[in-house]
Design a protein around this ligand. Structure first.
Ligand code: D5M
Ligand code: ZN
Ligand code: FE
Length: 502
C-alpha cells in the first residue's frame, strides 16, 4: 500500500511541478510524513503554508506559489483544510472567532464611544451613551414597525437593540442588517435595551491610491463554463479560445489578446454530476472525469504564456461547504497537467502582475454561491429596481461592507472551523472577482474593482422559470494598466463597452 502511495505522491508532485528531491524521497519512507504528503499533493488538501507574516487582522499570510519560478501568480491566501470531525461546539467557536476578528476591526476604527462589554452594561446608568460590538442573533419588526435586534458579544452577554422609525437614515441601515453579521452599535442605554443612534460596520477603508500597472496588460474573467451541460455553448467558447490565441480579425483585439496574461476561471468550470435531481437528462457528458478531460482539452488551447487560475464553484467536483478545496488532482488530472494552470481554493486571494517596482494586484476570487440569498433578503438590494440576476455587484459591495462573504448562516454551506472564520474578508483586495449568477457585472467600491464573469451556458429551464436573465458568452477583459473593463462578446463577436455603475 505504501509503495503505491509513494508512487502516487511522486506522480502528483511531478504533475504539480514540485521538484522531488532525494530528501523528499527519504521522507516518503516515513508513514506519517507520507500521509502528510499524500494529503497535500494527491488529495489536494493545501498544506503549503511556509510562513505567516504577522497574523493579526489585515496582515498577510504568505503561502508558496503553486507554480514557483515560472509563474507570476502568488497565492496570498487560500484555505488550509484541517480534516477533522466537526462538532456543534465548532459552530459556536467559529462565531466567537468571527466576533473577535471583526470586533478588532471595528475597535480600531475608534468610532464607538464608551465601548463596553454587554455583560458589564448592568453597572451603567440608564440614559448613558454606550457602544457594543456583537453578532446579530435576532431581527424582528415590532408591531409598531420598529426594528428589534438581539446582539451577542464576546463576553457572552446579549442585548436588545431597538431602531425606531423616527430615525429614517438609521432605519434604512437597520433594514439591511442581516442575521449573524458583526456590527458596532452606539446608543442610549435603557432597561436591558439600547436605543440605537448609530451603527458601525467593519467595512473596507477607502483606497488611498488606485493601482495601475506600468505596462499594458490584461486579465480575462471566465466563470460558469459548464462543460458537459447540454446547454454548454461550445462553439462560442471556441470563439473565445480563438480570440485568446490572437486569431481575431481586428488588430486591436489581437494586441489585447497578446497582452492578456491571466485567465481567471471563477467556478463551475463543468456542469458536474448529481448536482441537482435528474441532472443527467441535461448532460451531454455524463461522467465527471470526462467533463474535466474535455475542459482540459479546451483550456489547453489557451497559449501557455497565459496563466489560468482556477477556483471551484458549486457544480465542481468538490464539497459544497465553503471554503471549497482546490479541484482534486484525482478527478482533474488533465487540468493539473497543463503547465500554466494554478489551482486555488474558493475563496482565495492571489497576487498578479508583480513587477520590480510594482506591487501587483491582490485579487479575491469567490464563486458567489451566497449571492442568491443576499440579492433576495437585503432590502436595499431587493428594492433596487434591478432584476435578480442584475444584483450581484450590489451584493458584492454589501459584503465588502460586512467584511464577510457569507455572514448569514443560511446563505451558504460552510466548514465550521473553530479556529478561524475563513469567509471573513481579511485582505482588502484590489480586484474582487465572482461568477455564479451567469450575468456579467462591473462596479467599484472604495477603490476595489468588482467584476463578475458571465457563463458559457444557455439559459436553463430553471433560470427561465425564476426570471433570471443570463448574458452568456460575455467575457470581461480587465486592463491592469487603465483599470477599464471591456466586455468581449462571443455571442455576437463584437466588443460592447459597458459603463461602470456606481
Ligand atoms: O447557478 C446559476 C444561477 O441560477 C445562480 O444565480 C443560482 C441560480 N440557480 C440555479 N439553480 C438553482 C436552484 N435549483 N435553486 C436556486 N437557484 C438556482 P449555477 O450555480 O450555475 O447552477
Ligand atoms: Zn453556474
Ligand atoms: Fe454556480
Amino acid at each position: 500500500m505504501s509503495v503505491e502511495m509513494q508512487r502516487a505522491v511522486v506522480r502528483a508532485m511531478m504533475a504539480q511541478k514540485v521538484l522531488v528531491t532525494r530528501q523528499i524521497l527519504e521522507e516518503l519512507k516515513d508513514v506519517e510524513k507520507l500521509d502528510g504528503y499524500y494529503r497535500q499533493y494527491v488529495v489536494g488538501e493545501s498544506q503549503s503554508v511556509v510562513g505567516v507574516v504577522g497574523g493579526g487582522v489585515g496582515e498577510k499570510q504568505v503561502v508558496t506559489p503553486v507554480l514557483s519560478e515560472s509563474s507570476r501568480v502568488e497565492v496570498v491566501w487560500e484555505y488550509v483544510d484541517e480534516p477533522k470531525k466537526w462538532v456543534i461546539q465548532d459552530f459556536v467557536s467559529l462565531f466567537n472567532e468571527r466576533v473577535r476578528v471583526l470586533g478588532k476591526m471595528l475597535q480600531s476604527r475608534g468610532e464607538l464611544q464608551n465601548l463596553t462589554a454587554i455583560s458589564r452594561l448592568s453597572g451603567r446608568a440608564h440614559n448613558d451613551t454606550v457602544s457594543v460590538i456583537g453578532l446579530v442573533t435576532d431581527k424582528q419588526l415590532t408591531k409598531n414597525d420598529n426594528f428589534m435586534f438581539k446582539v451577542e458579544d464576546a463576553s457572552g452577554g446579549v442585548m436588545k437593540v431597538v431602531v425606531t422609525k423616527s430615525k429614517p437614515e438609521l432605519y434604512a441601515l437597520a433594514k439591511d442588517i442581516v442575521l449573524d453579521e458583526v456590527v458596532g452599535v452606539c446608543g442610549v442605554l435603557g432597561d436591558n435595551i439600547i436605543f440605537a443612534n448609530a451603527f458601525v460596520f467593519p467595512d473596507i477603508p477607502l483606497a488611498t491610491e488606485l493601482k495601475k500597472a506600468p505596462v499594458e496588460e490584461f486579465a480575462v474573467v471566465l466563470s460558469d463554463v459548464h462543460v458537459g451541460s447540454l446547454l454548454f455553448l461550445e462553439e462560442e467558447f471556441k470563439g473565445f479560445l480563438s480570440w485568446i490565441r490572437g486569431e481575431s480579425e481586428d488588430e486591436v483585439q489581437r494586441e489585447q489578446a497578446r497582452k492578456t496574461k491571466y485567465v481567471f476561471v471563477v467556478g463551475d468550470l463543468v456542469d458536474g454530476v448529481g448536482i441537482y435531481p435528474s441532472q443527467e437528462r441535461e448532460l451531454a457528458i455524463k461522467d465527471i472525469y470526462q467533463q474535466y478531460d474535455r475542459a482540459a482539452q479546451l483550456l489547453s488551447q489557451i497559449p501557455s504564456d497565459k496563466i489560468i487560475i482556477i477556483s471551484p464553484g458549486n457544480h465542481d467536483a468538490v464539497r459544497l461547504a465553503e471554503p471549497q478545496p482546490k479541484l482534486p488532482l484525482s478527478v482533474c488530472k488533465p487540468l493539473w497537467d497543463l503547465p500554466n494552470v494554478v489551482m486555488v481554493t474558493n475563496p482565495a486571494v492571489v497576487r498578479i502582475g508583480v513587477l520590480k517596482d510594482f506591487p501587483g494586484f491582490d485579487v479575491l476570487l469567490y464563486h458567489g454561491y451566497s449571492y442568491d440569498y443576499y440579492g433576495d433578503v437585503v432590502d436595499s438590494i431587493r428594492s433596487s429596481g434591478r432584476n435578480i440576476s442584475e444584483r450581484t455587484d450590489l451584493v458584492m459591495r454589501f459584503l465588502l461592507q460586512k467584511r464577510h462573504l457569507a455572514p448569514s448562516h443560511a446563505s451558504t454551506l460552510y466548514v465550521p472551523n473553530p479556529k478561524q472564520d475563513p469567509l471573513i474578508i481579511t485582505y482588502v483586495p484590489d480586484i474582487f472577482l465572482s461568477g455564479h449568477v451567469h450575468r456579467v457585472a462591473v462596479n467599484k467600491y472604495k477603490g476595489v474593482l468588482i467584476v463578475v464573469g458571465s457563463c458559457f451556458q444557455a439559459k436553463t429551464g430553471f433560470q427561465e422559470k425564476v426570471g433570471h436573465e443570463p448574458t452568456p458568452c460575455q467575457v470581461p477583459l480587465i486592463g491592469l494598466h487603465d483599470r477599464q473593463v471591456r466586455i468581449l462578446n462571443f455571442a455576437k463577436q463584437v466588443v460592447v463597452p459597458i459603463e461602470e455603475k456606481n
